[in-house]
Design a protein around this ligand. Sequence first.
Ligand SMILES: NC(=O)C1=CN([C@@H]2O[C@H](COP(=O)(O)OP(=O)(O)OC[C@H]3O[C@@H](n4cnc5c(N)ncnc54)[C@H](OP(=O)(O)O)[C@@H]3O)[C@@H](O)[C@H]2O)C=CC1
Ligand SMILES: O=C1OC[C@@H](O)[C@H](O)[C@H]1O
Length: 373
Amino acid sequence: MSSPGFFARLKLINPSQSVAKDTDALRIGILGAANIAPPALIGPAKLLRSIIVVSVAARDQAKAKAYADKHGIPNTHVSYDALIADPEIDCIYNPLPNGLHYEWTRKALQAGKHVLLEKPAASNEEQAKDLVALAQSKNLVLLEAFHYRFHPASLRFRELVQSHVAEGHAIRKITSIMAFPAIFGKDDIRFNYKLAGGIVMDAGCYTINSIRYFSGLEVESVESATPKIVSENIDGRMEATLKLKDSGADARLIASLTNPWLSVQTYKEVLPRVTVETDTKVFTFGNFLIAGIYHYITVQDKATGRTENLPKQYGEGFSTYKYQLEAFVKAVKSGNKKDVINSIPGWVPGEDSIANMKVIDEVYTRAGMKLRE
Ligand SMILES: NC(=O)C1=CN([C@@H]2O[C@H](COP(=O)(O)OP(=O)(O)OC[C@H]3O[C@@H](n4cnc5c(N)ncnc54)[C@H](OP(=O)(O)O)[C@@H]3O)[C@@H](O)[C@H]2O)C=CC1
Ligand SMILES: O=C1OC[C@@H](O)[C@H](O)[C@H]1O
């Protein structure tokens, strides 16, 4: 079966029509009229029979109503607390600013709701540990939304790298780049320390996660961290080098939301990508972040210099977010069963969220910056 073309794939991010819903479909509510919710949840939910977006709460109810009307959400709640307290709601999607992830996810878990939580999981490692422990103690699903991991192209890339490693080729170097120009204004949540902003929290959390996910290795130490400070305690760009455990492998990350427009640097860095180098090969995954729209995977043979461009893996043309939502629904429907969850390719276990936050904290510490609170 051939995959849908580029424009069909774009349309699948947020289709205009919804499929019919199962009578036992999960009922999910959104905290905040966030910009990310249409591509990350509302659109994908239209493609699945097993989940309905039933409500949104915003700090201003008129805003919630306008958002609900625009996106075909049947209900609104007067506050985040009211949404969480609603016994008709099974799951909460938390796309609030980073600094509110901990507080509201904690409240949702306390109220017995499963949570799909935007990245990064919390403001720091300590908070992530607390959330993971709480979810475990209540037998609830808590998924940090590293959507890129669930796409068939990501799974293929990981499998390529890992099977090469299993043949005895150790990873020497892995680089992850997610560096954009100033697409958000300086008042954006991403540049607000009180809301746990900063580039390592934003694009940086993906670079760290992708280094750990594709290499299958944990971080031993942060060797260097060079920030571009844009305001007090806020990094607009970060370059860091890491040492990976049990391998001696080096890792490098570049994260930015402040690259100059129209510069060579911007051109070189604008497509998020991961490169993994072993003794014999160099594997590259271009646009790993939103592979459903466009991506490439190449394998270079270091001895001959020959580069093979592998077939693209668009599957049925769905977005990374749709595969993520399917995984979340499966986990919740299983009753948070460990054997089911462990069998979901790309799943982000609680320990993974904690480990990622730990590296974020360590990058900030190495850069001489304050941890987020
Ligand atoms: N997975 C992905 O691909 C992406 C994930 N994200 C993550 O999603 C989260 C939200 O990002 P994004 O949708 O771009 O953000 P937005 O600014 O669009 O939305 C954040 C929401 O937070 C609410 N909010 C509550 N308190 C505050 C406050 N003090 N200041 C500002 N907003 C507040 C607002 O809700 P209200 O309507 O109640 O006013 C607002 O709608 C972040 O954690 C980010 O990292 C972002 C982009 C992509
Ligand atoms: O996917 C993303 O791309 C842009 C970022 O600023 C955003 O927060 C991130 O999640």
